[in-house]
Design a protein around this ligand. Sequence first.
Ligand code: HDE
Length: 708
Amino acid sequence: MARKNDNPKDAQLAPHRMDKSDGELTTDQAIRVEDTDNTLRVTPRGPSLLEDFHFREKLMRFDHERIPERVVHARGSGAHGYFQPYGDALAPYTTARFLTDPSAQTPTFVRFSTVQGSRGSTDTPRDVRGFATKFYTDQGNFDLVGNNMPVFFIQDGIKFPDVIHAVKPEPHHEMPQAASAHDTFWDFVSLQPETMHHVIWLMSDRAIPRSYRTMQGFGVNTYRLVNADGQATFVKWHWTPVAGVHSLVWDEAQKISGKDPDFNRRDLWEAIEAGNFPEYELGVQLIPEDQEFAFEGIDLLDDTKLIPEEVVPVTPVGRLVLNRNPDNFFAETEQVAFCVSNLVPGIDFSDDPMLLARAFSYLDTQLTRLGGPNFAQIPINQPVAPVTNHQQDGFHQHQIPLGQANYTPNSLGGGCPVVPGAAGGGFVHYPERVEGVKARRRPETFADHYSQATLFWNSMSAWEKEHIIAAYKFELGKVNAMHVRERMVEHLNQIDHTLAVSVAAGIGVAAPTETHANHGRVSPALSQASMPGSAGAQGRKVAVLVGNGVLAESLQATRAGLTDAGAVVELLAPVDGAVTTASGELLPVDRAMNTVSSVLYDAVVVADGAEALVNDGYAVHFVAEAYKHCKPLGILGTGDQVVQAARLPVFEPSDRATEPASKPIAAALDGVLFVAPGADADGEFIAGLVDAIARHRHYDRPVDGIAA
Ligand code: HDE
């Protein structure tokens, strides 16, 4: 982890840290406490006494520990870090120094989140993920409050309460938690076709990221960059993770919800503690103002549309590194307040109606959530740039403003604080010329709701399409109202006929007979399959299954090779403690297998000599499940007996030896690597395993028939 206080934000937080390591227990008034285990009472068995101020304070403080959770994005995890631009490529476009001065390392705080569930809900539902970044720049705070999908459900902020009410647990019985698979969500979206593009993203693997370290982020809304001459350029923001873009599979995500509901939070925390700092590249799509109408079928103000990267490329401009975990969840991650109207000079709004609705909503909701108007004084929210103004009073005022004059203009305070004006770096709103008639009406250019959903569908690989079909079937299969299922199939038919027919077949709805023409366009950049994998196994988790009788040598070589590649390797055995190797030595293990599960790992290795595991149902299931979830498997020597016990297809040694491998066998063995019994786990094997881990999953495997 990064050293504390090594950037201006950390230093600013320092005086607020309470070090309890060598303190004495006191009340909030600093009165030393005699006894905190017994209330003051009439002894031996009489009533408690009201004068026990320590008891009353302790309980009062406890009674008021909770604040309202966020109305959306309640479940989140945060991390400190920094942002640094690569160079001054954006200097012609913006006066925002943190984007253009390559020597500037700007402190940041990022909060990742799910949307639907409440604060204590699971990390791995099918859901959108928030990716909110606060940049503590020397020109003030800039908040980029994005999601991991580049589009949104709706086109107008006035529909936000509707879509959120519909997706949240239903009001009469407050179910389901952290899930969109229920009637009200699908009732709403099937009546609101503008949601169709975002919903197909939600049905894709993007909605179940493997890790916050392996998901993209998008500003979604169109912003403006403004340069020193006052010229504006439209901008779309993109975050790309250095660790590759990877997802879970749905069966796995559901199981993780039970095995480790903190899966993504833990992953982020442990990666940072281990020095595997999550890193993201910031990229921008720049659109000159005079090109605003150049993109057929895409209105830049409609956030249900994206601009394909093939049309406007993403220019990388800098990197974000998350290198320090928060000291305290509540003080930092819970109390951080992001707001899209936190803009610095050089960045401005467009007329995107969603963005402007957000500019109101975030500030508004924080008044309730953080108990009044002074929440910018909470340490995590304080800018590192100086704050001087006449704002005063209100709940939780922490500052002591000096002087007599609390208004502008004044002479009694020497005219201070002076208004810097434009010449002094004051924020100048972009002087956009606007005219029109007031009306509650959507632009006609917002009317197409299907073309980009079709574009997304067309751009998917075969396995991504399968996952999307399965997701629609799962979600709609949970919807009780048949007419809602039917309505959705009609919408899917507008996106793609094959998609509609495939989904209909799984949910008891008649396949649509009418075929709508598919425009056939693709945007390869939308597919996870076409994205580069991770550079290696850095920060990925590998389970190594061992039992008594294990051959230590090939195991140690594998373990060392994976550790050298940056993987986190854990030895799992039927019981905790140690196993006895074939040569009679004790080999310490990291965990008992029954305290974890294959779904918590990226890859599984079965050790040579681990025959003892053949009769261990947990171990056999572990391997079968990892295979079913298309994970890399490294099978050392007689470890293959465990694999055979799992009754996986084509694991007969004779099949493995088939040269050249037939297509089905090759697919079934994709990402499965063997070391012959008694042989060494050599460099080629390790390199192959690392490569298989970097590729993440091996989705071409036929896994439907596997019971796990
Ligand atoms: Fe938000 N959103 N949102 N949203 N949003 C909030 O603000 C809202 C939208 C996003 O980690 C709330 O402080 C409206 C798009 C993230 O603290 C609230 C509309 C995008 C977070 C709010 C949108 C987002 C929020 C709840 C429609 C992606 C979590 C708590 C106009 C670009 C930030 C809070 C964190 C949080 C309103 C649409 C992302 C209620 C009205 C589009 C990542 O103010």
